[in-house]
Design a binder for this molecule. Structure first.
Ligand code: NAD
Length: 300
Protein backbone atom coordinates (compact mmCIF):
# COMPACT_ATOMS: atom_id res chain seq x y z
CA UNK A 1 0.00 0.00 0.00
CA UNK A 2 1.48 3.33 -1.03
CA UNK A 3 -1.24 5.88 -0.28
CA UNK A 4 -1.15 8.23 2.69
CA UNK A 5 -4.16 7.64 4.90
CA UNK A 6 -6.26 10.77 5.38
CA UNK A 7 -7.46 10.22 8.92
CA UNK A 8 -10.88 11.87 9.10
CA UNK A 9 -11.43 10.70 12.67
CA UNK A 10 -8.29 12.46 13.93
CA UNK A 11 -8.91 15.57 11.80
CA UNK A 12 -12.52 15.78 13.04
CA UNK A 13 -11.19 15.72 16.62
CA UNK A 14 -8.98 18.76 15.87
CA UNK A 15 -11.98 20.58 14.33
CA UNK A 16 -14.11 19.81 17.40
CA UNK A 17 -11.38 21.05 19.69
CA UNK A 18 -11.07 24.31 17.68
CA UNK A 19 -14.85 24.72 17.94
CA UNK A 20 -14.79 24.00 21.69
CA UNK A 21 -12.04 26.61 22.26
CA UNK A 22 -13.99 29.23 20.32
CA UNK A 23 -17.24 28.38 22.14
CA UNK A 24 -15.46 28.75 25.50
CA UNK A 25 -14.23 32.20 24.42
CA UNK A 26 -17.72 33.26 23.27
CA UNK A 27 -19.19 32.22 26.61
CA UNK A 28 -16.55 34.06 28.61
CA UNK A 29 -16.21 37.21 26.54
CA UNK A 30 -19.70 37.60 25.02
CA UNK A 31 -21.93 35.61 27.38
CA UNK A 32 -23.03 33.74 24.25
CA UNK A 33 -23.64 29.99 24.04
CA UNK A 34 -24.23 28.66 20.51
CA UNK A 35 -27.28 26.37 20.32
CA UNK A 36 -28.20 23.64 17.85
CA UNK A 37 -31.75 22.30 17.51
CA UNK A 38 -32.18 18.88 15.92
CA UNK A 39 -35.61 17.65 14.89
CA UNK A 40 -36.29 13.96 14.38
CA UNK A 41 -39.65 12.82 13.04
CA UNK A 42 -40.41 9.11 13.49
CA UNK A 43 -38.36 6.18 14.74
CA UNK A 44 -35.98 5.33 11.91
CA UNK A 45 -33.17 3.48 13.77
CA UNK A 46 -30.28 4.93 11.71
CA UNK A 47 -31.66 8.47 12.15
CA UNK A 48 -32.00 7.91 15.92
CA UNK A 49 -28.32 6.95 16.10
CA UNK A 50 -27.27 10.05 14.09
CA UNK A 51 -29.42 12.37 16.23
CA UNK A 52 -28.05 10.91 19.49
CA UNK A 53 -24.50 11.32 18.24
CA UNK A 54 -25.13 14.91 17.10
CA UNK A 55 -26.65 15.82 20.49
CA UNK A 56 -23.74 14.27 22.40
CA UNK A 57 -21.07 16.00 20.32
CA UNK A 58 -22.92 19.32 20.52
CA UNK A 59 -22.81 19.33 24.32
CA UNK A 60 -19.21 18.04 24.36
CA UNK A 61 -18.02 21.21 22.58
CA UNK A 62 -19.94 23.34 25.09
CA UNK A 63 -22.94 24.24 22.93
CA UNK A 64 -26.58 23.84 23.92
CA UNK A 65 -28.41 20.96 22.28
CA UNK A 66 -32.16 21.19 21.75
CA UNK A 67 -33.61 17.82 20.71
CA UNK A 68 -37.13 17.58 19.36
CA UNK A 69 -38.40 14.05 18.81
CA UNK A 70 -41.75 13.97 17.05
CA UNK A 71 -44.03 10.98 16.40
CA UNK A 72 -44.08 9.54 12.88
CA UNK A 73 -47.69 10.69 12.42
CA UNK A 74 -46.94 14.34 13.29
CA UNK A 75 -48.60 16.59 10.71
CA UNK A 76 -46.58 18.76 8.37
CA UNK A 77 -48.29 21.83 9.86
CA UNK A 78 -47.10 20.88 13.37
CA UNK A 79 -43.53 20.45 12.12
CA UNK A 80 -43.66 23.81 10.31
CA UNK A 81 -44.97 25.46 13.49
CA UNK A 82 -42.03 24.02 15.48
CA UNK A 83 -39.59 25.33 12.86
CA UNK A 84 -41.15 28.82 13.08
CA UNK A 85 -40.82 28.68 16.86
CA UNK A 86 -37.11 27.73 16.59
CA UNK A 87 -36.53 30.39 13.89
CA UNK A 88 -37.72 32.98 16.40
CA UNK A 89 -35.71 31.64 19.37
CA UNK A 90 -32.50 33.69 19.79
CA UNK A 91 -30.87 30.85 21.77
CA UNK A 92 -31.10 28.60 18.72
CA UNK A 93 -28.43 29.40 16.11
CA UNK A 94 -28.67 26.22 14.05
CA UNK A 95 -31.67 24.08 13.05
CA UNK A 96 -31.31 20.64 11.51
CA UNK A 97 -34.22 18.49 10.37
CA UNK A 98 -33.03 14.90 10.21
CA UNK A 99 -33.81 13.39 6.80
CA UNK A 100 -35.53 11.38 5.46
CA UNK A 101 -38.92 12.67 6.59
CA UNK A 102 -42.04 10.47 6.56
CA UNK A 103 -43.77 10.20 3.17
CA UNK A 104 -46.64 12.52 4.09
CA UNK A 105 -44.25 15.47 4.42
CA UNK A 106 -42.83 17.65 1.65
CA UNK A 107 -39.09 17.73 2.35
CA UNK A 108 -38.40 20.81 0.21
CA UNK A 109 -41.21 22.76 1.88
CA UNK A 110 -39.92 21.84 5.35
CA UNK A 111 -36.25 22.63 4.61
CA UNK A 112 -37.16 25.96 3.01
CA UNK A 113 -39.15 26.92 6.13
CA UNK A 114 -35.89 27.08 8.13
CA UNK A 115 -34.39 30.57 8.50
CA UNK A 116 -31.48 30.40 5.98
CA UNK A 117 -29.17 31.95 8.60
CA UNK A 118 -29.91 28.96 10.88
CA UNK A 119 -29.81 26.34 8.10
CA UNK A 120 -26.66 24.56 9.32
CA UNK A 121 -27.19 21.71 6.83
CA UNK A 122 -26.95 24.22 3.98
CA UNK A 123 -29.92 22.70 2.12
CA UNK A 124 -32.18 25.82 2.02
CA UNK A 125 -32.67 27.09 -1.51
CA UNK A 126 -31.12 30.48 -0.54
CA UNK A 127 -27.93 28.81 0.67
CA UNK A 128 -27.80 26.64 -2.45
CA UNK A 129 -28.02 29.80 -4.57
CA UNK A 130 -25.43 31.67 -2.50
CA UNK A 131 -22.97 28.76 -2.75
CA UNK A 132 -23.60 28.48 -6.50
CA UNK A 133 -22.80 32.17 -6.98
CA UNK A 134 -19.73 32.09 -4.74
CA UNK A 135 -21.27 34.15 -1.95
CA UNK A 136 -21.12 33.65 1.80
CA UNK A 137 -23.54 30.85 2.73
CA UNK A 138 -24.09 27.92 5.05
CA UNK A 139 -22.26 25.05 3.34
CA UNK A 140 -23.53 21.43 3.46
CA UNK A 141 -21.55 19.54 6.09
CA UNK A 142 -20.36 16.47 4.17
CA UNK A 143 -18.84 18.34 1.20
CA UNK A 144 -17.43 20.96 3.58
CA UNK A 145 -15.68 18.16 5.49
CA UNK A 146 -14.28 16.77 2.22
CA UNK A 147 -13.01 20.23 1.22
CA UNK A 148 -11.33 20.74 4.60
CA UNK A 149 -9.53 17.39 4.31
CA UNK A 150 -8.39 18.21 0.75
CA UNK A 151 -7.13 21.67 1.74
CA UNK A 152 -5.38 20.23 4.77
CA UNK A 153 -3.64 17.61 2.65
CA UNK A 154 -2.78 19.70 -0.43
CA UNK A 155 -2.77 23.31 0.65
CA UNK A 156 -3.92 24.92 -2.61
CA UNK A 157 -6.21 22.93 -4.93
CA UNK A 158 -5.88 25.49 -7.73
CA UNK A 159 -5.70 23.99 -11.22
CA UNK A 160 -6.24 20.39 -10.12
CA UNK A 161 -8.54 18.11 -12.10
CA UNK A 162 -11.35 16.96 -9.81
CA UNK A 163 -13.94 14.32 -10.64
CA UNK A 164 -17.00 14.10 -8.40
CA UNK A 165 -18.94 10.87 -8.88
CA UNK A 166 -22.58 11.50 -7.94
CA UNK A 167 -24.79 14.56 -8.50
CA UNK A 168 -27.03 14.58 -5.41
CA UNK A 169 -28.12 17.88 -3.89
CA UNK A 170 -26.58 17.02 -0.53
CA UNK A 171 -23.15 15.80 -1.65
CA UNK A 172 -22.25 15.74 -5.36
CA UNK A 173 -23.50 19.15 -6.52
CA UNK A 174 -22.29 21.24 -3.54
CA UNK A 175 -18.96 19.37 -3.63
CA UNK A 176 -18.53 20.39 -7.26
CA UNK A 177 -19.34 24.02 -6.38
CA UNK A 178 -16.80 24.04 -3.55
CA UNK A 179 -14.06 22.56 -5.75
CA UNK A 180 -14.84 25.16 -8.43
CA UNK A 181 -14.58 27.81 -5.73
CA UNK A 182 -11.07 26.52 -4.99
CA UNK A 183 -10.21 26.78 -8.71
CA UNK A 184 -10.25 23.09 -9.62
CA UNK A 185 -11.31 21.97 -13.08
CA UNK A 186 -14.39 19.98 -12.11
CA UNK A 187 -16.19 17.12 -13.82
CA UNK A 188 -19.40 15.78 -12.30
CA UNK A 189 -20.00 12.14 -13.25
CA UNK A 190 -23.25 10.28 -12.60
CA UNK A 191 -25.26 7.17 -13.45
CA UNK A 192 -25.48 8.12 -17.16
CA UNK A 193 -21.80 9.05 -17.60
CA UNK A 194 -20.16 7.20 -20.50
CA UNK A 195 -16.88 5.42 -19.83
CA UNK A 196 -16.67 6.40 -16.19
CA UNK A 197 -13.32 4.62 -15.80
CA UNK A 198 -11.69 6.93 -18.38
CA UNK A 199 -13.24 10.02 -16.77
CA UNK A 200 -11.98 9.02 -13.31
CA UNK A 201 -8.49 8.24 -14.65
CA UNK A 202 -8.06 11.94 -15.57
CA UNK A 203 -8.61 13.05 -11.97
CA UNK A 204 -6.04 14.41 -9.56
CA UNK A 205 -8.87 14.39 -7.00
CA UNK A 206 -11.66 11.80 -6.96
CA UNK A 207 -14.68 12.31 -4.71
CA UNK A 208 -16.96 9.26 -4.79
CA UNK A 209 -20.53 9.84 -3.54
CA UNK A 210 -22.64 7.15 -5.13
CA UNK A 211 -23.82 4.61 -2.57
CA UNK A 212 -22.60 1.49 -4.42
CA UNK A 213 -20.23 -0.71 -2.44
CA UNK A 214 -16.64 -0.70 -3.75
CA UNK A 215 -17.64 0.29 -7.30
CA UNK A 216 -14.42 2.25 -7.99
CA UNK A 217 -11.49 -0.16 -8.45
CA UNK A 218 -7.83 0.79 -8.16
CA UNK A 219 -7.23 0.62 -11.91
CA UNK A 220 -9.53 3.64 -12.40
CA UNK A 221 -7.28 5.78 -10.21
CA UNK A 222 -4.46 7.90 -11.66
CA UNK A 223 -1.22 7.08 -9.81
CA UNK A 224 -0.77 9.60 -7.00
CA UNK A 225 -4.36 10.91 -7.08
CA UNK A 226 -6.25 11.79 -3.90
CA UNK A 227 -9.35 9.69 -3.24
CA UNK A 228 -12.13 10.97 -0.98
CA UNK A 229 -14.65 8.20 -0.37
CA UNK A 230 -18.01 9.55 0.80
CA UNK A 231 -19.95 6.30 0.38
CA UNK A 232 -21.15 4.40 3.41
CA UNK A 233 -22.43 0.95 2.47
CA UNK A 234 -23.19 -1.97 4.75
CA UNK A 235 -22.35 -5.34 3.22
CA UNK A 236 -22.45 -8.92 4.46
CA UNK A 237 -19.26 -10.09 6.15
CA UNK A 238 -19.40 -13.89 6.41
CA UNK A 239 -15.70 -13.88 7.43
CA UNK A 240 -16.79 -12.24 10.71
CA UNK A 241 -19.43 -14.90 11.36
CA UNK A 242 -22.94 -15.73 10.26
CA UNK A 243 -25.20 -12.73 9.75
CA UNK A 244 -22.37 -10.25 10.41
CA UNK A 245 -21.92 -7.10 8.34
CA UNK A 246 -19.27 -4.43 7.80
CA UNK A 247 -19.08 -0.94 6.32
CA UNK A 248 -17.35 -0.23 3.03
CA UNK A 249 -17.08 2.85 0.86
CA UNK A 250 -17.79 3.43 -2.83
CA UNK A 251 -14.11 2.78 -3.58
CA UNK A 252 -12.38 -0.58 -3.34
CA UNK A 253 -10.02 0.47 -0.57
CA UNK A 254 -7.19 -2.07 -0.94
CA UNK A 255 -6.74 -1.66 -4.70
CA UNK A 256 -7.24 2.14 -4.68
CA UNK A 257 -4.72 2.52 -1.83
CA UNK A 258 -2.12 0.70 -4.00
CA UNK A 259 -2.11 3.50 -6.57
CA UNK A 260 -3.54 6.61 -4.91
CA UNK A 261 -1.32 9.25 -3.31
CA UNK A 262 -3.80 9.67 -0.46
CA UNK A 263 -7.12 8.11 0.49
CA UNK A 264 -9.83 8.36 3.14
CA UNK A 265 -10.89 5.10 4.82
CA UNK A 266 -14.46 3.95 5.48
CA UNK A 267 -15.27 4.10 8.31
CA UNK A 268 -13.10 6.84 9.82
CA UNK A 269 -12.83 9.18 6.85
CA UNK A 270 -15.58 11.52 5.68
CA UNK A 271 -18.17 10.30 8.24
CA UNK A 272 -16.65 11.87 11.39
CA UNK A 273 -15.95 15.11 9.48
CA UNK A 274 -19.65 15.54 8.71
CA UNK A 275 -20.72 16.02 12.35
CA UNK A 276 -17.60 18.11 13.10
CA UNK A 277 -18.64 20.44 10.26
CA UNK A 278 -22.19 20.61 11.62
CA UNK A 279 -20.73 21.95 14.88
CA UNK A 280 -18.48 24.33 12.93
CA UNK A 281 -21.50 25.61 10.97
CA UNK A 282 -23.48 26.15 14.19
CA UNK A 283 -20.59 28.18 15.63
CA UNK A 284 -20.34 30.19 12.39
CA UNK A 285 -24.10 30.84 12.48
CA UNK A 286 -23.92 32.01 16.11
CA UNK A 287 -21.07 34.42 15.28
CA UNK A 288 -22.87 35.81 12.21
CA UNK A 289 -26.14 36.24 14.15
CA UNK A 290 -24.31 38.33 16.74
CA UNK A 291 -22.14 40.37 14.36
CA UNK A 292 -18.96 38.72 15.67
CA UNK A 293 -15.91 37.66 13.62
CA UNK A 294 -16.17 34.12 12.28
CA UNK A 295 -13.70 31.45 13.41
CA UNK A 296 -10.74 30.92 11.06
CA UNK A 297 -10.54 27.79 8.92
CA UNK A 298 -13.98 26.43 9.76
CA UNK A 299 -15.89 27.67 6.72
CA UNK A 300 -15.45 27.41 2.96
P1 NAD B 1 -27.87 9.71 -3.84
O1 NAD B 1 -28.48 8.36 -3.98
O2 NAD B 1 -28.73 10.88 -3.59
O3 NAD B 1 -27.00 10.03 -5.15
C1 NAD B 1 -26.19 9.06 -5.73
C2 NAD B 1 -25.59 9.59 -6.99
O4 NAD B 1 -24.79 8.57 -7.58
C3 NAD B 1 -26.61 10.00 -8.04
O5 NAD B 1 -26.36 11.32 -8.45
C4 NAD B 1 -26.40 9.04 -9.21
O6 NAD B 1 -26.46 9.68 -10.49
C5 NAD B 1 -25.00 8.54 -8.96
N1 NAD B 1 -24.84 7.16 -9.45
C6 NAD B 1 -25.64 6.10 -9.21
N2 NAD B 1 -25.17 5.00 -9.83
C7 NAD B 1 -24.03 5.37 -10.46
C8 NAD B 1 -23.11 4.70 -11.27
N3 NAD B 1 -23.24 3.42 -11.56
N4 NAD B 1 -22.08 5.40 -11.76
C9 NAD B 1 -21.91 6.72 -11.49
N5 NAD B 1 -22.77 7.41 -10.71
C10 NAD B 1 -23.83 6.75 -10.21
O7 NAD B 1 -26.75 9.54 -2.69
P2 NAD B 1 -26.06 10.62 -1.71
O8 NAD B 1 -27.04 11.07 -0.72
O9 NAD B 1 -25.28 11.61 -2.51
O10 NAD B 1 -25.03 9.64 -0.97
C11 NAD B 1 -24.01 8.94 -1.67
C12 NAD B 1 -23.28 8.04 -0.70
O11 NAD B 1 -22.65 8.86 0.28
C13 NAD B 1 -24.16 7.06 0.07
O12 NAD B 1 -23.42 5.88 0.31
C14 NAD B 1 -24.39 7.76 1.39
O13 NAD B 1 -24.64 6.85 2.45
C15 NAD B 1 -23.07 8.45 1.58
N6 NAD B 1 -23.13 9.64 2.43
C16 NAD B 1 -22.20 9.72 3.41
C17 NAD B 1 -22.18 10.83 4.23
C18 NAD B 1 -21.12 10.92 5.29
O14 NAD B 1 -21.28 11.65 6.25
N7 NAD B 1 -20.01 10.23 5.12
C19 NAD B 1 -23.11 11.86 4.06
C20 NAD B 1 -24.03 11.76 3.02
C21 NAD B 1 -24.02 10.65 2.20
Amino acid sequence: MSATLIDGKAFAATIRSKVADHVARLKKEQDLTPGLAVILVGEDPASQVYVRSKGKQTTEVGMTSFEHKLAADTSEAELLALIQHLNANPEVHGILVQLPLPDHMDEDLVINAIDPAKDVDGFHISNVGLLGTGQKSMVPCTPLGCLMMLRNHHGSLSGMNAVVIGRSNIVGKPMAQLLLGDSCTVTVAHSRTKDLAEVVRRADIVVAAVGRPEMVPGDWIQPGATVIDVGINRIEAPEKGEGKTRLVGDCHYASCAEVAGAITPVPGGVGPMTIACLLANTLTAACRANGLPEPDGLTA
